[in-house]
Design a protein around this ligand. Structure first.
Ligand code: CO
Length: 134
């Protein structure tokens, strides 16, 4: 059911410093910061040949990423995103197995303008999983 790895998202405290690390130290191509107030984050996309890294900085203390950074003060991997062909079919199949879909269970529009859902980390090896319709 899942297809390509679309991205790995890393929560960071300092988006400017983290962007410079990826651009200057690691030599990657990085985007301009993209505010996403509806998700409580500002995002920088790091373009790799086979996938993307998303650097997520919380927009304020109420952001879910701010709470993640309280538990992980150095930053850390926040979620991984897999592509699926049909997000509603994927959701229904997962729910039928007992997996928990976060929020209302209805897809929202994610960072790339496509429908996304998040799955409970306790059901997936301790990893927050995002599904994005390819
Ligand atoms: Co994501």
């Amino acid at each position: 059911m899942i297809g390509r790895l679309n991205h790995v998202a890393i929560a960071v405290k300092d988006l400017t410093a983290s962007t410079a690390l990826y651009r200057d130290t690691l030599g990657a191509r990085v985007s301009q910061p993209l505010p996403q107030p509806e998700h409580g984050v500002t995002v920088v996309f790091v373009e790799l040949p086979n996938t993307k890294i998303e650097l997520l900085e919380p927009t304020g203390p109420d952001s879910p990423v701010a709470r993640f950074l309280e538990r992980n003060p150095d930053g850390g991997i926040h979620h991984i995103c897999y592509e699926v062909d049909d997000i509603l079919a994927a959701r229904d199949r997962l729910k039928a197995t007992g997996a928990r879909v976060l929020g209302s269970g209805e897809p929202r529009i994610g960072a790339h303008g496509k429908p996304v859902l998040f799955l409970h980390p306790k059901d997936f090896c301790g990893t927050l999983v995002e599904l994005e319709q390819a």
